[in-house]
Every structure is written in structure tokens, then in C-alpha cells.
Design a protein around this ligand. Structure first.
Ligand code: FMN
Length: 216
């Protein structure tokens, strides 16, 4: 094996941050998620609301990328993107998705699985107009996930939309929000000896939550 492989095989972290017990669990997984999110924020973990969003084509080939969780409303997890992007195209043909929150700095992760649909336009408008001007113009300039010939053409597109819309760009029709309705949420806390604590909440047919401990 190469030096890099030797180093990789020796890399390991001992998870000693603490236990996560059944008695620590909130009855509602959304409250549990919010509690962990607050703790992650307090720990000053970078981009606490960034997660990996996994989607899949109808043929079953998966893809992942980071997105920012921008709210939890009425039990839905919200994120925003370009409707022409690969993720949006895949969600249109297959609404099943996973959001994985990699809070490694706290020896934790949370995984949220469910079905995704589009957020209503009014809420997307509201969020769009809360963004900094550069981000709003950037949404217009980017044909997200498409091949472009150069950085220059992207910057030219940005200049054009800046000239066209000035200080007040409207929300592009090709940009907006999605919302994931959680069916399962898993909370993972690293422990010593790889005997990690894992709890999974699953939505029941009565719209309640079943809680199970999973083997690490
Ligand atoms: C920390 C972080 C946060 C991101 N947040 C978003 C986001 O909220 N929405 C988005 O469309 N892209 C976001 N991106 C860019 C995506 O990861 C990705 O490159 C882009 O959405 C295109 O993905 P796709 O081609 O798989 O659709 C983010 C990237 C990083 C690193």
C-alpha cells in the first residue's frame, strides 16, 4: 500500500463525547432534532444546517450534494434550489430522499428520510426576497448542474442580470423550495469501542412515532 493508504488505515477517532440514552429522547423527533441543532449551534460547528441530500433517479442511480436546511415548518424540512438541477430532476421522477446531517465535531449524525414535494410559491418568494442581493442575482445567473464553457460566461451572465434587474430581482420561476416530510429520523451518538448509540423514530400509520434502538 502507498504511504497515503497507510495513513488512512491508521486514522481513527475514539468517540468519548458521551452517551445518548433512551431517557434522553424527546417524545417527538422534531423536538429532538431541534434540540440537537441548538447544541450543534452552541458548539460553533461550521454550517450546522448543512446536510447531504441524497436523491435517486427512477432507475435507481443515487446522487448526493450539500444543501442548507432553511426551516422546519409544520413538520416538513425545507430547502431551496434550482428546479432545473440534477437533484430537482431526480426528485420529480422519484420523490424519495434522505437528508444527512454530519455533525462530526460533536461525534453525532442525524439522518432524515422521507418524500419530497414542492414548497408553495408564496413561501419560496418570501425566502427568496430575504436573501442577499448577490445570492438573488446568482440564482438568475446559474443554470445549475448544466455544463458551461468558462467561469467568464458565468460572470457575464451575472453582470447581465445585475443590469437587467438592478437592486430588485424577482424570484426566477425556475428557482424555489422543496419540503421533505420525514418518515424516519435517526439520531446517532458515537461511543467508545464502536458501541454507538442509535435511535430511530418511524412514523406509524396512526401518525405517531415508534422509537427503536438500532445496533451500531
Ligand atoms: C455547505 C453547502 C451548502 C449548499 N447549499 C445549497 C443549497 O441550499 N441549495 C442548492 O441548490 N445548492 C447548495 N449547495 C451546492 C450543492 O451542493 C450542489 O453543488 C448544487 O446544488 C448542484 O447539485 P446537483 O447538480 O446535484 O443538483 C451547497 C453546497 C455546500 C458546500
Amino acid at each position: 500500500m502507498s504511504d497515503a493508504s497507510d495513513e488512512l488505515s491508521q486514522m481513527r477517532e475514539n468517540y468519548t463525547a458521551g452517551a445518548f440514552r433512551r431517557s434522553d429522547l424527546r417524545h417527538c423527533p422534531l423536538e429532538q432534532f431541534s434540540e440537537w441543532m441548538k447544541e450543534v449551534q452552541s458548539a460553533e460547528i461550521i454550517e450546522p444546517n448543512a446536510c447531504t441530500l441524497a436523491t435517486s433517479s427512477i432507475a435507481g442511480s443515487p446522487s448526493t450534494r450539500s444543501v442548507l436546511l432553511k426551516g422546519i415548518e409544520n413538520g416538513y424540512f425545507l430547502f431551496f434550489t434550482n428546479f432545473g438541477s440534477r437533484k430537482a430532476r431526480e426528485l420529480k421522477e422519484n420523490p424519495q430522499a434522505v437528508m444527512h446531517f454530519p455533525w462530526w465535531g460533536m461525534q453525532r449524525q442525524a439522518t432524515v428520510e422521507g418524500l419530497v414535494d414542492r414548497l408553495d410559491e408564496d413561501s419560496a418568494e418570501e425566502y427568496f426576497h430575504s436573501r442577499p442581493l448577490e445570492s438573488r442575482l446568482g440564482a438568475w445567473a446559474s443554470r445549475q448542474s448544466e455544463v458551461i464553457d468558462s467561469r467568464e460566461s458565468l460572470e457575464n451572465a451575472f453582470e447581465e442580470v445585475a443590469e437587467r434587474f438592478g437592486e430588485n430581482p424577482p424570484k426566477p420561476s425556475f428557482w424555489g423550495g422543496f419540503r421533505l416530510k420525514p418518515e424516519t429520523l435517526e439520531f446517532w451518538q458515537g461511543r467508545t469501542g464502536r458501541l454507538h448509540d442509535r435511535f430511530r423514530y418511524s412514523r406509524t400509520t396512526e401518525n405517531e412515532w415508534k422509537i427503536e434502538r438500532l445496533s451500531p
